[in-house]
Design a protein around this ligand. Structure first.
Ligand code: PDD
Length: 292
């Protein structure tokens, strides 16, 4: 039998099967909410303060009152970790504007709905680490506020499904001929031993791994450049990588059915992946342990 999942909903911890949200919740009706996905290694949330800052920013962009302060959120995360047996978990946090009669305009005087759950963190399959994953190119058809980590994810959902339908794991999206990101990951380009990343603007979600990989490039002495990246530069890259909370950093070894560079995960990926593992191990061993 699998371990029971206990979720947090509006002040209560309950088994996941028993948690209920009213049908008029604006998350259900309009996708009017924000979320975070926080990896946990050795029972410690990884890069928690950066995740909290992004959550606060997303709430601010949607003008949803932050239901907790930083300590309150950290307490919730620690309580979710403590209720589950896995050393490595991922925490999903969601805040919606709340429950109100259906009307597009913001309702007055509503209380945000707060939801939190933890799941066992799946290991990245060894095969994907060793061989990389495949991706397909797609036009970015999403809205122009992709920096908000919103639960309105239909553009991302459709893009991911197109990738799956094409037999790939992820997509690489372009807007006006320039790289944006994947359906649920940031995309990195290696050319001439330089790591290129698209600008941090409203056209991408700035992943927490975006800042982390930038730091790791610096500590590894890898030149890092943030700038618009054309489709031609992506298609002739030496290496491509993706990053996300659950995939960490992974090589993209095939794009649109053609090999990327040598067709195998490259040396820059190998260095960043090793440095990432080191950062995880340090975080898990140096932070105070959440009590169980
Ligand atoms: N997605 N871009 C998009 C569109 C994303 O959905 C994600 C993460 C990222 C990477 O962000 P981070 O490094 O903070 O995980 C970039 C999460 C994992 C998800 O929706 O499940």
């Amino acid at each position: 039998m699998s371990d029971p999942q206990i979720v947090y909903l509006n002040g209560e911890f309950t088994p996941i099967e028993e948690a209920r949200v009213p049908v008029l919740d604006r998350g259900f009706i309009f996708g009017d909410g924000v979320y975070e996905v926080v990896p946990v290694y050795g029972r410690q949330p990884f890069r928690w303060s950066q995740h909290y800052t992004r959550l606060e920013r997303s709430l601010g962009r949607l003008r949803i009152d932050n239901p907790f302060d930083a300590d309150g959120w950290r307490g919730l995360v620690d309580a979710l970790i403590a209720r589950h047996p896995w050393d490595d978990q991922f925490i999903y946090l969601q805040v919606t504007r709340g429950v109100a009669r259906r009307d597009h305009a913001f309702p007055k005087g509503v209380t945000p709905t707060v939801f939190g759950m933890s799941s066992a963190l799946p290991r990245v399959p060894a095969e994907q680490l060793a061989r990389g994953v495949s991706a397909v190119s797609l036009p970015d058809e999403r809205w122009l506020n992709c920096d908000i980590k919103s639960t309105s994810l239909l553009g991302n959902v459709l893009a991911r499904q197109s990738a799956i339908d094409a037999g790939a794991a992820e997509c690489v999206m372009y807007r006006d001929g320039f790289l944006t990101e994947g359906s649920s990951s940031n995309i990195w380009v290696v050319r001439d031993a330089r790591v290129l990343a698209p600008p941090r603007d409203r056209l991408i979600l700035e992943g927490i791994r975006y800042g982390l990989l930038q730091e790791l490039c610096e500590s590894q002495g890898l030149p890092f450049e943030m700038r618009p990246i054309s489709r031609a530069e992506v298609e002739s890259a030496d290496e491509l990588m993706l990053s996300s909370a659950t995939k960490e950093v992974l090589a993209i070894s095939r794009l649109d059915g053609r090999p990327v560079g040598s067709g195998e995960p490259g040396p820059v990926f190998a260095r960043l992946h090793a440095a990432y593992q080191q950062a995880k191990a340090t975080s898990a061993s140096t932070a105070p342990r959440a009590s169980r």
